[in-house]
Every structure is written in C-alpha cells, then in structure tokens.
Write a protein that binds this ligand. Sequence first.
Ligand code: PMP
Length: 445
Amino acid sequence: MSAPTNLAAMRKGSSQVNGNGARSKPAGASGTGAADAALTNAQLAAIEHQYSAPNYDPLPAVLATGRGVWVQDVEGKKYLDMLAGYSALSFGHQHPRIISAFIKQAQRLTVVSRAFENDQLGLFCKELAEFCGMEQTLPMNTGAEAVETAIKTARKWAYLKKGVPADKAEIICCIGNFHGRTTTIVSMSAVPQYKDNFGPLTPGFRLIPFGDVEALKSAITPNTAAFIVEPIQGEGGINVPPDGYMARCLDICRSNKVLLIADEVQTGFARTGKMFACEHDGMRPDLLVLGKALGGGVFPVSAVVSSREIFSVFKAGDHGSTFGGNPLGAAVGREVLRVLNDERLVERATETGEFLRRRLRAIKSDKIKEVRGKGMLNGIEIRKEAGSAHHYVKELLKLGVLCKDTAGQVIRITPPLVITQPECEWGLERIAQALTSARASKAAT
Ligand code: PMP
C-alpha cells in the first residue's frame, strides 16, 4: 500500500511551498468566490466531478452568489430558487438579520464543545422549547443526528420507563419515509438504493403504510417504543395524509404507551403554513425533531424537543456531539425564532402557498397528474407517460428556475417562505412553459 506516498505527491501537485514556507494556491483556486468566477460553469463542474465522491448528481448550475430568492451561477446567469435547500433556506439567501446574528456571534465565540457552558446554549434551549410548547431541548447539528437522537431517546425510554426487555425495543416507521442517511436511519427506509450494500442494517424497525391508522394499530406490540413519522412526507413525494391522521396516531400511541416522534426537519418552522405541521391536526408529539430551517440557511442546527420526563432517561455521557449546541449555531437558531414571528412567516406561507397551488392547478397540461401540498411544501406529480420529473427539472433549470424532482415523478416546488407573489409569477410562467412546450414533450418521449 503506497497511500502516504501518493498523498504526498498529490499535495505537491496541487500547491507548492514557497520560500517562506507558506503554500501557494494552484492556478484558478484563489480561495475567494470572486476570483474563482474566472472559471466557467463547465470547468468548475468538471473539477467537482473529478474530485468530489460521486454520491450526488447535481444539476448543471454552479452557483456562486445568492440574495433573497435569487441566486446566480459563476457565469452570471440568474435563477429563482424554488427549492430553498429542502427548507434549509426558508428565509431565503443572506437573510439580513440572520447573517447579522451569525457574524456578530462569529466575532464573539464560535465553538466551545459541551465540555463547558456557553452563554447562548441555555437561552437557545429555553427559547426553542418554549417556542414549541415543550420543556427541554437536545441540540445537535444535522437532521439525521436529531433523528438518531430521537431513536436513542425512545429506545432508552422503552427499557427504563416501559419495561421492554433488553434489546427488544421496536420502532414503527412508514413506507415512503425519509429521515436521513446514517446506517441506522437507512435501516428504516423502504427505498432499496438507500440500503443496498450498506448492511448489516440496524434491526428493530417495522414498516407500515403512511396515512393508515389501522396499520399503526395492528403493528404495535408490547415491545413498541415509538412511532416515527413525517406529518407530510417530503422526499417520499410530498405525500399529504388524510386530515386528522396525526391526531389519531397520537391517540393510538397514547393508549398503547408508545411515543410519537414527529420528524419535522423539513415540515417545521412555517413551511406548511403552520409553525409545525402537527398543528394542522391540533396535536403535539412526544418528541419533535427539527433541523434545516433552524440553521437559517447559514449553519447546520438541529434539535429534538420534548418533555423533562422523557429526557430524564439520559444521564451525562449517554449521548452528545462536539458541535451540537455550539454558541454560533445557538445564536443563529435564536434569531431564526424571532424572524419567524416578526416576519409573519406562518401567515405568508399559508397565503403564498394557496396562491401557488391555485396557479399551478390552473396550468393546462396533460403532463400533470396532480398538484398537492400544504403551505409552501408543494409537489407537481408528472404522469408516467410524460417522462420523469427529472427531465422537467432540467428544462426548468434552463429557463432559470431551480427545483428538484423526488420519488421519480414529483417536482417539488418549495420556495423560500419570503418569496413575493410577483416572484412566484416569474417562476409560474416558466413552470407553465416547461410543462406545456412541445419541446419538453418531445424530449420526454
Ligand atoms: N428528516 C427529514 C424529514 C428530512 O427531509 C431530512 C433531509 N431531507 C432529514 C431528516 C435529514 O436531514 P439532514 O440531511 O440534515 O441529515
């Protein structure tokens, strides 16, 4: 194995040590966005393809700057962002108050690890718990880490509080779920690609159909610790369950001493026209899993919010994360909560979402099977005969609209919540064009 030699050779090839011992940058890689703009979309994409592991297949726009709902690629082409980083950019790019909170905190204190207290963490935990109508917060960084945290909490609760025999705890999850990419989380997935060749997988999960309360009832056993569910499935295809589903699930869980974990990583923080999608059914879960928008589009911040009683299963040292609860993320999260209220984002998501769906439904195209969603979490399902959703997403990119396909046939339309109706109109015009043009039809066949 000659890896060390090869690595040394690679370092030599990509940068050189100058006379002062400092490394000079390779040509074209100045380290500043502005200077890198000398490289074209195609050149930068080629570099990424060569040096980034091939676990993604990004659409061919090399984005360089963004403000509000607009982004620009390195060649100056402007796009309307109708994806919003899967809700991570719910406040748009460079939200002035969030950026300002971020910079202010970055200049004070950024990371201390949980070995010490910091002056943002306690306030963040308090404000987030109160914001959710709950008692305690367990901060992490990514959505997947928060889901893992909820799973560990539920399992430990089952052993300590419910008396489930050791290593027998079960968690019920739904077909069509997406909760992240860790080995344990993909063990819950029903999508073969997410699991194939990543085994051995984590046991203890039981899949049931989404939206089916009877299936939940019959899947529960004395060893069931929890039911984990997205109130609206995002990656699964913007799947909206029947009205009252979450409330009925909570009743079933309560009568069987099972915890209900709501994964609101994507649906939370006004995305669906309520602060949390569970509120559509007037219910509050036992554990609320949050992420994406909580980081204000600038920093990964996630959390599980729950009761003191449930979190009492943890003692110091059971669980943690070096970066979870860092002062920079906590300060951003605190500002996010204030912006949500001050900018009336729940009301705006409801109003703009209704407008968007009404206008999407008015598009006369035989390619559209259904337009569905709530608030600003919307999907256009494309008929199979009209080709894949990915094809139309590529067409939309050419027209200057960023969005993304999911579950094969669904184009998700999930812009930043701060988008205005005229900006929506700009996108709608192009969506209509992509879904009605003869060119799109031809290419799809
Ligand atoms: N839960 C849900 C509902 C999600 O949509 C996602 C990400 N799409 C995750 C969890 C995982 O979040 P992350 O990518 O930050 O790990």
